[in-house]
Structure formats: C-alpha cells, structure tokens
Design a protein around this ligand. Structure first.
Ligand code: ADP
Ligand code: ZN
Length: 294
C-alpha cells in the first residue's frame, strides 16, 4: 500500500509518502503561507508517488461532518487565506484517491495508538500543549468525532489561588488554553517558556491547570493512556508535577485504581516523538482506503 500523509500545521505542512506500517520513504516540509502558495508544492510532492490514499491531520477548526456540504474544509481559522479552503476536496480532486480527514491531534492520537505510547490499546488521548492546546482521542480504535471534532483546549478550570493573570483566549479569556498554552505562560511570566525552565512556580501552576484538564478528560472518556506532546511539554519536569496534581485531584475515585498506582505509565510523553502526527496521517489514509471514504 502506498500512502500519503499530511500534517497540516499553522506554521508548516509536513507531507510524507509511506505505508501502513508507519514507514516513511520521503518527507518534505512546506511553510504554511496561503493555499495558492502552499498547495502547489503539496501536489508536486504527491505527484511523484503513486498513492492509493491520502490522510490529512489538519489545524482547525475544520469541518469533519461527512454529511455537510463543507466537509473537508478548514472553517473559521484566524488564518484568513485558509478560511473555508477545501483542503480534503482539493487533494481528492487532484489525485482521485480516498482521502481521510481529521484534526492534527486526532491523527497524532491514532499514530500513538497504533505504533506509539498506546500501542496495542484501543483507546488513548493525545493532548498538545503548544501555541494552543488541543486534544484528540481514539475510542474503540476509532477517531473521536461528533457534531464537530473535540475542542479540548477550551474547557474551564479552577483558577490557581495565586494566579492573577486574566487569560489569553480571545473567546473565553481564562479557559485552559487561555491559562496554560505557551503564549499564556509567556504573557503571565514575561518570558518564553523555554527561558523559565528554572522557575518552579511556573511549572507548579502549569501542572495544576493541566492536571485538572486531564482529570476531566479521564473521567469522561476513560482513555487507557494519556499522551502529552507539544512544545511546552518539552519541559519534561512537568510530568511528575502533573502526576502529583492528578493523583491529588482524583483521590481514590477512579474506576481502575491501578491507573493511579502506575501514574508514570498512564500520563506519558509521545512514543513517536514529533512523528506522531505524520504517522497518524498515514494510518488515516489506510483507514480511508479500507472504509472507502472520500
Ligand atoms: P505549535 O503549537 O505552533 O505547533 P509548539 O508545539 O512548538 O508549536 O508550541 C509552541 C509554543 O510552545 C510556544 O508558545 C513556545 O514558547 C512553547 N515552547 C516551545 N518549546 C518550548 C520549551 N522547550 N519549553 C517551554 N515552552 C516551549
Ligand atoms: Zn478558549
């Protein structure tokens, strides 16, 4: 099977040609400019490979409702040139192969569930903490989508008693993303996250917020593994802080108490590192081919 994958991000598109085993034979990076500038390079790359299907994990918001006339498009993004662009439709038209389409984080969750930290498990949650916060999930082996795709970054959390920061989300102010994504850390503390590595209070507060969010996802979705990626999580000392807060919040109230006993193996970094999204998009292509989706 020759599969194409796109990890369509806000700053760059990664395109790969590979297979359902997660092998990548060729990969390129293209800056995310406008569709007119970026897409020709995408077409050019895929034209050099005889593909059976293409999978796209995209920045959002996107329309994932197969019954909708705008299915396959990027919708209300602040990136104006991409607004209402028919991303999946453009690939379908160009190459006439099945095209799988979901969010970048759903694709990463799929990659992790098949070949990464959740390998062999039929459910997992993937959360990225970077410029924004976004979550994707695999439930019973399927990508989780509903009316739209999950928007896990915008849930509400209890404010840390010492946090006077008003929050950065343009819609909600102090939602999780508004309080805990990279730009919020930078605005609250006056420095980029990477320069704050030796300030324990920064990461204590960050862990306090992320653990609350994870508790809610865990209670609602019951994922078998929680995987945390994105630039902010490069501060790996955040993991034990999150573990501590998560345990303190959950107390004994969990369906499977062993989750808390093995918390270090329950909330973990990506097994595929930065490749979770692109490998996930290849697997999405395979799913599209098997399911005859278009
Ligand atoms: P994006 O979300 O745009 O795909 P990233 O996941 O790299 O990209 O997230 C970028 C955000 O993460 C920025 O706000 C940046 O300050 C923050 N960030 C990146 N690397 C680190 C790091 N090593 N430590 C702390 N914060 C980081
Ligand atoms: Zn918000």
């Amino acid at each position: 099977m020759k599969l194409g994958g796109i990890e369509a991000g806000g700053t760059k598109f990664i395109c790969a040609a590979g297979d359902e085993k997660g092998n990548i034979v060729e990969q390129i990076q293209i800056p995310t400019l406008s569709p007119e500038e970026t897409m020709p390079a995408v077409y050019d790359f895929f034209s050099r490979h005889q593909l059976d299907a293409i999978g796209i994990g995209s920045f959002g918001p996107i329309d994932v409702d197969t019954g909708s006339p705008s299915y396959g498009s990027v919708t209300s993004t602040p990136k104006i040139p991409w607004r209402n662009f028919q991303l999946a439709g453009a690939l379908k038209e160009k190459f006439d192969v099945p095209v799988g389409f979901t969010t970048d984080v759903n694709a990463a969750a799929l990659g992790e569930a098949v070949y990464g930290a959740a390998k062999g498990l039929d459910s997992c949650l993937y959360l990225t903490v970077g410029t924004g916060i976004g979550g994707g999930a695999i439930v019973k082996g399927e990508v989780l989508q509903g009316l739209s795709h999950p928007e896990m970054g915008h849930i509400l959390v209890r404010k840390h008693p010492e946090d006077t920061y008003r929050g950065k989300c343009p819609y909600h102010g102090d939602c999780l993303e508004g309080l805990a994504a990279g730009p919020a850390i930078e605005e609250r503390w006056g420095k980029k996250g990477i320069e704050l590595a030796d300030r324990p209070e920064v990461w204590e507060m960050e862990g306090f917020y992320l653990a609350q969010a994870l508790m809610q996802y865990a209670l609602i979705l019951s994922p078998k593994k929680i995987i945390l990626g994105g630039g902010v999580m490069k501060q790996t000392h955040l993991f034990p802080i999150i573990h501590k807060h998560f345990k303190a919040l959950m107390k004994e109230y969990v369906v499977l108490p062993e989750y808390l006993d093995s918390i270090n193996e329950y909330i973990v970094p990506p097994g595929l590192g930065d490749k979770a999204g692109i490998i996930g998009s290849l697997l999405l292509a395979e799913k599209a081919l098997n399911e005859g989706e278009n």
